[in-house]
Design a protein around this ligand. Structure first.
Ligand SMILES: Nc1ncnc2c1ncn2[C@@H]1O[C@H](COP(=O)(O)OP(=O)(O)OP(=O)(O)O)[C@@H](O)[C@H]1O
Ligand SMILES: [Mg+2]
Length: 303
């Protein structure tokens, strides 16, 4: 069952069409990465889903409720951090969260402690937000979005501007949310970061979805690439040219880059050793989301 279903969404600003017939399905309980370059339409899509702007065409179903006809029910179980969250800087993190709690009758002060704990802010909760680092503000934004027990949370560029430590913290937090059964919808242009936390992705370019699906399936290949470090690269390359499961072989300084049929790396290793070609290292190269994106965007491998 999908927690978010978007069908044929179209949105323009003046004459500029920013979302072009966008359809997306987000399964419950997963981390969904919505990727695309600057200006592709990621934030605009989140704004439409949250009812902050109106689309010209299309439907949005949240937990099965149509946002046009049953907005209150649709939005009840949704939290969001859109772009850089704003706070009352002169108040503490805790006080900022209490303000949100007061908007919801069923939320208790214990819930505030819970979301502070989850986002790693308990120790600094009584300090003014003005003294927080960017990473802490980002986490306080997530804490605020969690106050009302959402089942789906939108995080718009949660890693933006963070240092490596901050990125690791946000990544761990996203994984913790998933463990609690919360569906996380995250936008990013940091493909490497997204690759480590997402189950599903969709890629948007110029307002149109160019691909979507399970990350492992999208990155699955019929062939694999291994790097071979050997003291005789030229001789090894010559030997490998004649092997049926080797698709491509090139020499780069002291190593070979060999594209082989999936699962053939052990046979490849055996062959070289039998022929007295010393293998120092054999390293599998993972096909990265970044390579996939570049191929897709500029190579037209899939549509
Ligand atoms: N309120 C607005 N009025 C006019 N144009 C807008 C408005 N909001 C967004 N746009 C335009 O829509 C396009 C998509 O913007 P959007 O913010 O959705 O992109 P994005 O994918 O979130 O990019 P980024 O990675 O930079 O956050 C851009 O060309 C932007 O200039
Ligand atoms: Mg944006």
């Amino acid at each position: 069952m999908y927690i978010l279903e978007i069908s044929h969404l179209t949105k323009s600003f003046a004459k500029h069409q920013v979302l072009k017939n966008v359809s997306l399905q987000v399964p419950r309980g997963q981390v969904f990465g919505f990727l695309g370059p600057n200006g592709a339409g990621k934030t605009t899509l989140i704004r439409v889903v949250l009812g902050l702007i109106r689309p010209e065409q299309g439907t949005v179903l949240l937990a099965g409720y149509n946002t046009r006809t049953e907005f209150k029910k649709a939005i009840a179980k949704v939290g969001a951090v859109v772009e850089t969250p704003k706070f009352f800087d002169a108040l503490s993190g805790y006080q900022n969260l209490i303000l949100v709690k007061n908007l919801h009758r069923h939320v208790t002060a214990a819930r505030i402690q819970e979301v502070l704990e989850l986002t790693g802010l308990t120790e600094r909760a009584d300090d003014k937000v003005a003294t927080y680092s960017l990473g802490m503000k980002q986490r306080l934004g997530i804490a605020r979005a969690l106050v009302n027990y959402p089942e789906l949370i939108f995080l718009d560029e949660p890693m933006n501007g963070l240092d490596p430590q901050g990125i690791i913290e946000v990544r761990a937090l996203i994984q913790a949310l998933r463990r609690q059964g919360i569906t996380v919808f995250i936008t990013s242009h940091l493909l490497h970061e997204v690759e480590q936390v997402c189950d599903q992705i969709a890629i948007i370019q110029n307002g149109a979805i160019i691909t979507q699906g399970r990350l492992d399936e999208l990155l699955r290949q019929e062939t694999e690439v291994v790097e071979i470090y050997t003291s005789q690269p030229a001789a090894a390359a010559e030997r490998l040219q004649k092997v049926s499961y080797v698709k491509k072989c090139s020499v780069c300084e002291d190593r070979l880059l060999v594209e082989i049929e999936k699962g053939a790396s052990a046979a490849l290793n055996r062959l070289l050793v039998t022929d007295n070609l010393q293998v120092n290292y054999l390293i599998p190269r993972k096909h990265s989301l970044e390579e996939f994106f570049i191929e897709l965007a500029y190579g037209g491998r899939r549509s």
